[in-house]
Unconditional design. Structure first.
Lengths: 118, 109
């Protein structure tokens, strides 16, 4: 069965950096695009970034463009989210999700909490 | 990338039907069949319920159905059950980005 396990969350100071990982299993990782989606405390879901199956192209939400970078290592069935210049408003649970090739997220991880606080 | 507009809450009794609306613009919902709907029980992973506007993933009950008219997409849940109580989000893909709705809390009375 499909499994997505996020890691790397924690507490970081404003202006700091953090790298999230998402280990995938149960499907042919190198044939599917992947997403990162977050949920701030008490707020709704917010799409962050997408990377194509081969890493050839990526898309970002305006709120993180230039600060966050999505990447993947198909040899390790893992995707990453490098987060720089973190702000208080980046505090959220970050979910890794698999694209179903219909531009929807058909499987999600349990999420990892990122807290930006001084 | 403005969030799609959903009602903050809807409610219904067991066995009834409810519809959750999702209003966007001609640049997203109105210009795309790529609307998806997610069910989210707090503290768990979101679950895909509808994709490409009206398609259901394998394993999703046929009580859940999606539709679209103009700039508004809708999710209808028929035969409400207690376990349907959750937050529901719509999402639209357009112009190299995805945008979610603000979410709707469904209460089963």
């Amino acid at each position: 069965q499909v499994q997505l396990v996020e890691s790397g969350g924690g507490v970081v100071q404003p202006g700091g950096s953090l790298r999230l990982s998402c280990a995938a299993s149960g499907f042919t990782f190198n044939t599917y695009g992947m997403h990162w989606v977050r949920q701030a405390p008490g707020k709704g879901l917010e799409w962050m970034a997408y990377i194509s199956f081969d890493g050839g192209y990526d898309f970002y939400a305006d709120s993180v463009k230039g600060r966050f970078t999505i990447s993947r290592d198909n040899s390790k069935s893992t995707q990453f989210l490098q987060m720089n210049s973190l702000r208080h408003e980046d505090t959220a649970v970050y979910y890794c999700a698999k694209d179903n090739t219909g531009w929807a997220c058909d499987f999600w991880g349990q999420g990892t909490l990122v807290t930006v606080s001084s | 990338q403005s969030a799609l507009t959903q009602p903050a809450s809807v409610s219904g009794s067991p066995g009834q039907s409810i519809t959750i609306s999702c209003t966007g613009t001609s640049s997203d919902v109105g210009n795309s069949n790529l609307v998806s709907w997610y069910q989210h029980h707090p503290g768990t992973a979101p679950k895909l319920m509808v994709y490409e506007g009206s398609k259901r993933p394998s394993g999703v009950s046929n009580r859940f159905s999606g539709s679209k008219s103009g700039n508004t997409a809708s999710l209808t849940i028929s035969g409400l059950q207690a376990e349907d109580e959750a937050d529901y989000y719509c999402c639209s893909f357009a112009a190299s980005s995805w945008v979610f709705g603000g979410g709707t809390k469904l209460t089963v009375l």
